[in-house]
Design a binder for this molecule. Structure first.
Ligand code: TYM
Length: 337
């Protein structure tokens, strides 16, 4: 006879985070944020990873402002804060607490292989701090605290999800099944949206303003930035990321936002030039971002509402996180009453 338990299959848990370390970009939106609302039938948690931002010097007032702004962006992008747990990482102390434990189960060797560590230590050569080095351990703690099944991220975070899996497997092999082993969710076509000025490089919120479109950019800024986006000199609209990175990047943005296949996007521009391509991308980006910005403005102007949402959701997250943390403390032998 069918087991009753089959009817009450456990809901999947989805976790992701974004650092409030700069203006949220179209790369963040297309690579990650936009996918966060795909998991209707799962329990989803999305945090503002404010502790992670401290690995690079931040202006305190700006960081506070950007954290609230990111919370409002999450909601404006369609994440219902009663269904999804949207919260601030530093409001749930269990993240930092688990990170300490997992630091003791992570090797220097594996951390020194992280490409993001290598990149960031080059970029911030005067501040290669221990937090930058153990960054992936805090990220693993974020994910593992909630027994996460799926982690929607862009391609640049794949290595961090992999080390998270390694840490979890190592811990489980010593102490039994404590952590769920998470899988990354990285759609190939949108894994890496490129910089507008250097299309062989990732679009990044820590680069200069003109290299990216921000989710909160005004239509005039979007138009100006896209007009100046680097293409190439052969004039043909064709998807070929290796030889035509700038044009291919614009085509990716267009096809994703217009919900077209790449073939449809290319053929909609047949016989036209780069000016028309840029115009089409501009229209699509403005059409996508305008309603988000409208909702954003309403949410951010209700500070009290935003704060009470964040408080409520931090409590929900803390409750779930404590369950895992207690189990971990017990397993490793920390004395408990
Ligand atoms: P962050 O803040 O750098 O970026 C947020 C998300 O956006 C994705 N992304 C991109 N995707 C496509 N093209 C781009 N140009 C692009 N730029 C950024 C990132 O892959 C990411 O998914 N360490 C994380 C934040 C974090 C986290 C977590 C993520 C902290 N804890 C736990 C997942 C799970 C970060 O710095 O993302």
């Amino acid at each position: 006879m069918e087991n009753q338990a089959n009817n009450t299959e456990k809901r999947k848990v989805v976790f992701s985070g974004i650092q409030p370390s700069g203006n949220i970009t179209l790369g963040n939106y297309i690579g990650a944020l936009r996918n966060f609302s795909l998991f209707d039938d799962a329990d989803c948690l999305y945090c503002m990873a404010d502790l992670h931002t401290l690995t690079v010097r931040q202006n305190p007032a700006d960081l506070r402002k950007r954290t609230a702004s990111l919370a409002a962006i999450y909601v404006a992008c369609g994440l219902d804060p009663d269904k999804n747990i949207i919260y601030c990482q530093s409001h749930v102390p269990a993240h930092a607490e688990l990170a300490w434990i997992l630091n003791c189960f992570t090797y220097m060797g594996e951390l020194s292989r992280m490409t993001q560590f290598k990149d960031k230590s080059q970029k911030h050569a005067d501040n290669i701090n221990a937090g930058l080095f153990t960054y992936p351990v805090l990220m693993a703690s974020d994910i593992l605290l909630y027994q996460t099944n799926l982690v929607p991220v862009g391609g640049d975070q794949k290595q961090h999800v992999e080390i998270c899996r390694d840490i979890a497997q190592r811990f489980n092999s010593l102490y039994g099944d404590v952590f769920t082993i998470p899988d990354p969710y990285i759609p190939k076509a949108t894994a890496k949206i490129m910089s507008l000025s250097e299309p062989t490089k990732k679009m990044s919120k820590s680069d200069p303003e003109d290299t990216f479109i921000a989710v909160l950019d005004k239509p005039d800024d979007i138009r100006r930035k896209l007009k100046r986006a680097v293409t190439d000199s052969d004039g043909e609209i064709r998807y070929d990321p290796e030889n035509k990175p700038g044009v291919s990047n614009l085509l990716t943005i267009l096809s994703v936002l217009k919900k077209q296949s790449m073939e449809e996007a290319v053929s909609s521009l047949s016989g036209l030039g780069y000016g028309a391509l840029k115009e089409a991308v501009t229209e699509a980006v403005i059409a996508e971002l305008s309603p988000i910005q409208e909702r954003y403005n309403a949410i951010i102007s209700d500070k009290e509402g935003l704060n009470s949402m964040l408080k409520r959701n931090a409590e929900r997250a803390q409750y779930l996180a404590q369950k895992t943390l207690r189990k971990v403390y017990k397993k490793v032998g920390l004395y408990q009453f």
